[in-house]
Design a protein around this ligand. Structure first.
Ligand code: ADP
Ligand code: MG
Length: 227
């Protein structure tokens, strides 16, 4: 059986020039099956975001093999990586990354503008995605008129609109209160259960990590536990 994600001995070193190198990942090996919900935990600076950037095709490893659905990412050029990013992966970030003074609808529609989808289908897919996160009624609100939790729901809808097979969420509840965090995590959990979207979540909070079915701990650029 091939893994949905397979990382073998991944190293990532940031070269700051003048002989300064930062070893962010030091031999990470990991297999993730399709439809898994994995939480990555670990202290600040342990390499979590670096690993997420590699999974998200935003960067490539210094060495090691990284395969997504059997495709070796290091062998792809910029355009091919961008295509995978756009078609297969939805991103959710701590600070939502929405366009300011732009409606929820337009924010969610954005990823579809890069694909060849007609305007009417774009509208339908956008409204559907907002429905899935319970925000259809607020779709004409501007992003700055929404609460933090609502903004994160817009960001999740935007991540969903291209029907991705993988969602990467880096500290998605980092700016939210406990109650709102629970709501956001429940949405992610439902997406994982209902649509079998594979989710990789980074968090430093144990209660948040409990929503995932598997918890992985990073320390100093390595995996030190996986359960
Ligand atoms: P985490 O997300 O677990 O806090 P990061 O992956 O962001 O960890 O960082 C791991 C290490 O790599 C840290 O020492 C950090 O300072 C360094 N680092 C992260 N991104 C960069 C970058 N773009 N350039 C140089 N160093 C970086
Ligand atoms: Mg980080």
């Amino acid at each position: 059986m091939t893994h949905f994600i397979l990382a073998e001995q991944i190293y990532k070193t940031y070269d700051l020039g003048e002989g300064v190198e930062i070893p962010a990942l030091r031999g990470v090996s990991l297999g993730v099956g399709e439809g898994e919900f994995v939480a990555i935990m670990g202290a600040s600076g342990s390499g979590k975001s670096t690993f997420m950037n590699l999974l998200g095709c935003l960067d490539i490893p210094t060495s090691g093999r990284l395969l997504l659905e059997g495709v070796e990412l290091s062998s792809l050029n910029e355009n091919q990586l961008a295509e995978i990013r756009n078609k297969k992966i939805g991103f959710v970030f701590q600070n939502y990354n929405l366009l300011p003074r732009t409606s929820a609808l337009e924010n969610v529609e954005l990823p579809l503008l890069y694909s060849k989808v007609t305007a009417s289908k774009r509208y339908r897919l956008t409204v559907e995605a907002l429905e899935r996160v319970g925000l259809k009624e607020r779709m004409h609100n501007l992003s700055n008129q929404l609460s933090g939790g609502e903004q994160q729901r817009v960001a999740i809808a935007r991540a969903l609109v291209n029907n991705p097979s993988l969602i990467l969420a880096d500290e998605p509840t980092g700016n939210l209160d406990t109650q709102t965090s629970a709501e956001i995590m429940q949405i992610l959990k439902d997406l994982n259960n209902t649509y079998e979207i594979t989710i990789i979540l980074v968090t430093h909070e144990t209660v948040i990590a409990q929503y995932a079915k598997r918890q992985i701990l990073f320390s100093d650029g390595k995996i030190i536990s996986d359960q």
